[in-house]
Write a protein that binds this ligand. Structure first.
Ligand code: ATP
Ligand code: MG
Length: 428
């Protein structure tokens, strides 16, 4: 992609309304534009990142044996009346009346819709277990939308729903999701700590929130220092029930089993939530299957969310410096940027264009700064948008047939021939 043909709108100034670094950087890089409070338009650069994150989430859901569906954003109120949540949900729910005076709503979550689908299609224990998920926009009329996409009103969520015959297999679904979450966040270079969460009034339920530690997080997290050395494969439900980690009101100092010198505390951003709730929705919505003995059994359910759009902000909170964003390779909007330092110099122009075409031909995602602008502005923009690699092509190097490859994160620089530069980027 050539910047001259792209939609790049970077700002030098810090937007007044943004209180945290990720929000500031998303506005300054032109990733998003606010359309109205808590509702954003995703501009090309932001959408590229959102899609990368979405795809990682999708691949790990599929790997864990879940099936993707796509549920509507608009839901009928009837289903929520049946589940008993219609009145409880309160003002966070955006309620809509259609032309026939039917009550509708913009879905804040989808337990009711998916349970109803299950009830209509799946009738036998032989079809269990099932896990169905979708990645769809949700709406919650948050009282205080803030921090940009971190707490929006409209936001993109992956929500998975598990259906099992009994408690034992429901636990296995829960564990499969724990594993999928650990892998998902690891692929983005994030360590997320699963902490005990409020599992509501119903006894016997299980719930964990995945928190990324960051100073600007909205939750206060308390955890056993043993978490810091936990390997990914060790995050099992048994382990989580024996190791202590809790956020905010779930943490009761007087009941905390961890001695003070081993208790760590930090701010956290909740990026995911796993929840087992048994037959809370299957009974009222009629999701029963025929069991091996011919009797009708209400299915055991769980739900599992990931804040896909919130993750964009969380990733920036975890990966930036004073110059801008530093994207991990797996979610970067482009892998490499080419900076043509003088588009009026014929030799420089030819070298940069050649590099651009060769990278494109090898399927490398490349953003080419071919604008007629001063080098200083190009350096600043490229650092701000934070692509993992830069190739700097200027008249002095070109005279010797060379360019400079820069790693955005480490600031390491390599003086290379054009072919070596391409190899370096490809192998990275
Ligand atoms: P929070 O405590 O942050 O309000 P929640 O408990 O209401 O979250 P869930 O209902 O479990 O959230 O939703 C699943 C995931 O969706 C959350 O873990 C979070 O990452 C994301 N999420 C929830 N609300 C928002 C929001 N207003 N904006 C962006 N992402 C959100
Ligand atoms: Mg909430």
């Amino acid at each position: 992609m050539r910047i001259s043909q792209y939609f790049l709108s970077t700002l030098k100034e810090t937007p007044q309304e943004a209180q945290i670094v990720s929000h500031r950087l998303m506005l300054r890089t032109g990733m998003i534009a606010q359309t109205t409070a808590g509702i954003y338009t995703w501009l090309p650069l932001g959408l590229a990142v959102l899609k990368k994150i979405e795809q990682i989430v999708r691949e790990e859901q599929n790997r864990a044996g879940s099936l993707e569906v796509l549920m509507p954003t608009i839901q009928p109120a009837d289903l929520w009346i049946k589940s008993g949540r219609y009145n409880d949900y309160g003002k966070e729910m955006l309620r809509i009346t259609d032309r026939h005076e039917r009550e509708m709503l913009y879905g804040p979550t989808a337990e009711e819709v998916i349970t109803d689908i299950f009830a209509r299609y799946i009738k036998s224990y032989k079809d269990l277990p099932k896990r169905l998920y979708n990645i769809q926009w949700k709406f919650r009329d948050e009282i205080r939308p803030r921090f940009g996409v971190m707490r929006g009103r409209e936001f993109l969520m992956k929500d998975n729903y598990s259906f099992n015959l009994d408690y034992e297999s429901a636990r296995a679904s829960y564990q499969a999701m724990l594993d999928a979450y650990v892998r998902t966040f690891a692929r983005m270079g994030l360590t997320a700590i699963p902490v005990r969460a409020d599992s509501g009034a119903i006894g016997g339920t299980l719930s964990h929130e995945f928190q990324i530690l960051a100073e600007t997080g909205e939750s206060q997290v308390y955890y056993d220092e043993a978490y810091e050395t936990l390997a990914p494969g060790e995050i099992t439900l048994e382990k989580l029930q024996s190791l202590y980690a809790a956020a905010d009101e779930m943490h009761k100092p007087e009941d905390c089993p961890v001695p003070l010198e081993k208790l760590k505390t930090a701010r956290g951003i909740e990026v995911g939530h796993v929840f087992y709730f048994g037959t809370k929705y299957s009974i009222p919505l009629g999701a029963y299957v025929m069991g091996p003995d011919g009797k009708q059994i209400p299915v055991e359910m769980g739900s599992y969310g990931i804040g896909v759009s919130r993750l964009v902000g969380a990733l920036i909170e975890a990966n930036h410096d004073e110059k801008g964003i530093i994207w991990p390779e797996s979610v970067a909007p482009f892998k490499v940027g080419i900076l043509n330092l003088n588009i009026k110099d014929e030799a420089t122009n030819k070298a940069a264009e050649d590099l651009y075409h060769k990278l494109l031909n090898q399927d490398v995602e490349v953003l080419y700064d071919d604008r007629d602008q001063a080098p200083g502005a190009k350096f600043a923009d490229m650092d701000l948008i934070g692509l993992p690699w830069q190739i700097i092509v200027g008249p002095r190097g070109v005279a010797q047939g060379r360019c400079e490859v820069k790693n955005r994160k480490t600031d390491e620089r390599f003086d290379l021939s054009y072919d070596d530069a391409i190899q370096k980027i490809r192998k990275a």
